[in-house]
Design a protein around this ligand. Sequence first.
Ligand code: C5P
Length: 222
Amino acid sequence: MKPIKCLVTAGPTREYFDPVRYISNPSSGKMGWNIANAAKQKGWDVTLILGPSQLPDIDGATTVRVVSAADMLSACEKYFPHTDILIMSAAVSDVRPKVYSGQKIKKDKIDFNPQLEPTPDILKTLSLKKKSQILVGFAAETHDVMHYAEEKMKSKNLDAIVANTVGSEGSGFAADENKIDLILRSGEIVDFHKASKSRLAASLIDFISAKFFGGRRPQDRQ
Ligand code: C5P
């Protein structure tokens, strides 16, 4: 009897120019951390891949700490083949500097128009390797969130996507509360009312468990 194996990513990534300067975003990792914790409470076998964050390890789960999008991709690739469900809530930086300087760049030598390049799209990369895994993405947007979320779900070949409005007070990045909707591939939309990230995470995991795993307790799985 095997528990459901769940891979969760959380937090930002940091893309360094030199040892002391980087591109990132204000994600605290709280939403993904709470999702991983809720999955753990449900008895799932949880691996949390966590970008730079103040949050502690989760008792009884495997916590892997990473820095950049490239690190996060490598960690995800290691665990993905053995996972039943990936919930990709990390706020992966979209861009990174093309050039990294191993030594701190002196102020008068800083390039004010640095060359940037896209980071690897972790979810898209993994979706191409998908076998029976359920893939759930996040769409954090300041506007037209449902529209963009649906587009992302299709373009990244996801089973579901969490639409999350960010940038408004008391919700989204770094806040303790959040407002999310879950959009399923079938077109079904589940509205989770504004609540603390820990309550939302528990409701989300309950819903996902019922929808994709028939609500079975992990110990019922063959
Ligand atoms: O493409 P966009 O960043 O809007 O899509 C958001 C979803 O894709 C999130 O689930 C995020 O974790 C994931 N993502 C990723 N790799 C990136 C950028 C985003 O896996 N480089």
